[in-house]
Design a protein around this ligand. Sequence first.
Ligand SMILES: [Ca+2]
Ligand SMILES: [Ca+2]
Length: 175
Amino acid sequence: MRLRLGYVACLVGGLVVIMAEVAWGTVVAGPLTYNDHEYYLVDQGDSGSWTNLEAEAVTLGGHLVTINDAAENEWVRSTFPAFGPHNMWIGLNDIAKEGLFEWVSGEPVTYTNWGPGEPGAPDGISDFVGMTFSDGLWGDRGWGSVRGVVEVVPEPSTAVLVGAASIVALRRRRT
Ligand SMILES: [Ca+2]
Ligand SMILES: [Ca+2]
């Protein structure tokens, strides 16, 4: 048993070292607010893979952005390229199943904005989706000079929770 515990401790220690080696990037912009959600633009330089930027998004309390509709897509396209002409990773990916694109936040896919011929990498070249800064179109190509857009959905405030509980209580009383 002791040996096993020691092994687990080594594993945990190894993970801590691996996590410490992730080069966190620069928050270029944010938090900026849109529809009560907070957004950040993160630049990790040469280590700015989708996976690394998603890991940093989690430390900021969110994920790479989930684009729910055309208005949010336009807000991202018109907001973040002002901080530099870089394409941007978004949260869409087909890691779990090739060709089945899902949001890393777990939200349902309600909107897409693929560019011509996209998604174009069913051969598994890329499981990750980015947005072209110039036109807001999406692709799953190999990308260079990519920053990450992070979206943080705030937890419902206590006031909202208490309000919701009151409504439920009132409804129960009426029935
Ligand atoms: Ca969103
Ligand atoms: Ca793919």
